[in-house]
Design a protein around this ligand. Structure first.
Ligand code: NAD
Length: 350
């Protein structure tokens, strides 16, 4: 089974692609910069429920400010949409794009609830609109090389996978409230990477979590620290550990070991210089912000999305991949509550 779907048929070819943006927060600003910098795309319009955020971002890139979502989806000027608003708004905006026949790239996770995510995917499929999910980490050079090594049998039969994601600092409470929880918000990226690299979907998840960093996350039913075990159909075991804070920068790494060897991603060091003095070796540490670690993946993701629009059938993370991650997160949230392994249900009927 392949966990990488191709997004459906493209809708246009040639000329400059007018891309509009919904959401002008942290990641909206990243997307706007990528759209402005890509030779084949232009930032057409920006909509955000916070009008001042939309105005400031539109002004920076010479784009139009949209006064409503309808002004984006109803505009003949918009060829495609990037959805970069808070997670709890993704479903409504994705469905509006589908209704209007606008292809879109939606930030992860698909939604804050599995059932709502299924509804959205069903709706978009019925509309026949091209849609992708923002699993940008697939465009990281280390992770792509690691997948290649596993796929080419360099480690033999996979027995164990370890995925670590520890951010430098926790998000705000307002962000957490709308995020769907750490297992969706952070987890969706890494559940997707685990499936993508292993080429199979886990059947069972056992998750343990705690609020060790920010006790107020518990008010939203969330955790800031989690350890997770996935059981793969091949028998391989996969361990993930997530933290919302480190005292040493952004810590992301993946290791896969098997019957023939072990492959691991290394931390790209921002300035790779070592100073040898006395009995010590001093060198620069990790990127200090998670964004710096994966900055290069965003332009690569946009370029691949444009390719997928231009060339039907080109590979790009599809909404169904988002749904798979959502199903794993959903079962993980259940496991957090029951403190037992939980089966993962992929019966989406979409
Ligand atoms: N792929 C990645 O690496 C990555 C990184 C960070 C965030 N994200 C995802 O991007 C999304 C936004 O995260 P962020 O960090 O930019 O959050 P943010 O809080 O900085 O920005 C969210 C923006 O969305 C706007 N918004 C909320 N509801 C809206 C609606 N209905 N219509 C239009 N605008 C609306 C808010 O006013 C705000 O400006 C989240 O889904 C998050 O999971 C992805």
């Amino acid at each position: 089974m392949s966990t990488t779907a191709s997004i459906d048929a493209g809708t246009r070819s040639g000329a400059v692609l007018n891309v509009s943006l919904v959401g002008a927060g942290f990641i909206g600003r990243v997307h706007a910069q990528c759209i402005a910098a890509h030779a084949a795309t232009r930032l057409a319009a920006v909509f955000d429920t916070d009008e001042s955020a939309a105005s400031a971002l539109a002004a920076r890139h010479g784009a139009r400010v949209a006064g409503s979502l309808g002004e984006i989806t109803g505009s003949g000027e918009t060829d495609a949409v990037v959805i970069a608003s808070s997670t709890d708004s993704h479903g409504e905006i994705a469905r509006a794009c589908a209704r209007a026949g606008k292809p879109f790239l939606c930030e992860k996770p698909l939604d804050t609830h599995r059932d709502a995510a299924v509804e959205t995917v069903r709706y978009v499929r019925e509309a026949g609109v091209l849609a992708g999910i923002g699993f940008n980490r697939r465009f990281d050079r280390q992770y792509a090389a690691l997948k290649r090594a596993v796929g080419e049998g360099e480690v033999g039969r996979v027995e164990m996978m370890h995925l670590t994601s520890r951010s430098h600092a926790p998000p705000t409470l307002d962000y957490v409230k709308k995020s769907g929880g750490q297992l969706r918000d952070k987890g969706s990226h890494f559940f997707d990477l685990a499936c993508w690299i292993a080429g199979e979907r886990p059947t069972e998840i056992h998750a343990a979590g705690a609020c060790l960093i920010e006790p107020r996350f518990a008010e939203y039913g969330d955790v800031d620290t989690a350890m997770i075990l996935l059981r793969m159909p091949s028998g391989a075991l996969c361990h993930l550990n997530f933290s919302r804070r480190t005292a040493y920068g952004a810590d992301e790494r993946i290791e896969v070991s098997g019957s023939g060897g072990r492959v691991e991603s290394r931390h790209p060091i921002p300035v790779d210089v070592a100073l040898y003095r006395g009995d010590a070796i001093h060198q620069k540490g990790l990127h200090q912000h998670w964004y710096e670690r994966i900055e290069s993946t965003y332009p690569a993701q946009l370029a691949a999305f444009v390719e997928a629009l231009e060339h039907p059938g080109r590979e790009f993370p599809a909404l169904i991949d988002g749904l798979v991650a959502e199903a794993i997160a959903d079962a993980g949230m259940r496991s957090l509550r029951t403190n037992r392994p939980e089966p993962i249900d992929y019966e989406f009927d979409v």
